[in-house]
Write a protein that binds this ligand. Structure first.
Ligand SMILES: [Zn+2]
Length: 137
């Protein structure tokens, strides 16, 4: 069954969305997840960096505490991602969203995760076109 939406990345006509201004097919969703878990500079023009003020040891300890109490299922990771996003921990939010994108359905959770990953503040302003370019390579 086709959704009728064209994937913004490969043109396949069975894409979900919109997520921000983007549609994504299931194959490209996994390619986005693979990019989103990178921590090198190749994605610096796609996703936002953490707020600098929040990279100190106190916050590190806090994050470890949160990770320890949260369950391992997709729903918990989605909640965790939203909490990180609120606090400006965009890299950690991304990691949690990647877990959701790779988890088994419900698709509802994956759609919500993609929406967070493909819209600001996690996505940079202008990040959408850079992401399309990155996946085209
Ligand atoms: Zn696609």
């Amino acid at each position: 069954m086709s959704t009728g939406h064209e994937c913004s990345f490969c043109g396949h006509k069975d894409a979900e969305g919109p997520f921000g201004e983007l549609h994504a097919c299931s194959r490209c969703t996994l390619r986005i997840a693979a990019l989103a878990e990178l921590s090198d500079s190749s994605i610096d023009n796609v996703w936002s960096k953490d707020h600098e003020a929040q990279q100190d040891d106190q916050f590190d300890a806090f994050k470890k505490g949160v990770a320890a109490v949260i369950g391992g299922d997709a729903e918990s990771h989605l909640r965790l991602a939203k909490a990180y996003r609120e606090m400006g921990f965009y890299r950690d939010a991304r990691s949690a969203l990647v877990v959701v994108l790779r988890a088994a359905p419900p698709m509802r959770l994956q759609r919500e995760a993609l929406d967070l990953l493909l819209t600001p503040p996690i996505l940079m302003i202008g990040g959408a076109s850079n992401l399309i370019r990155s996946l085209a390579q």
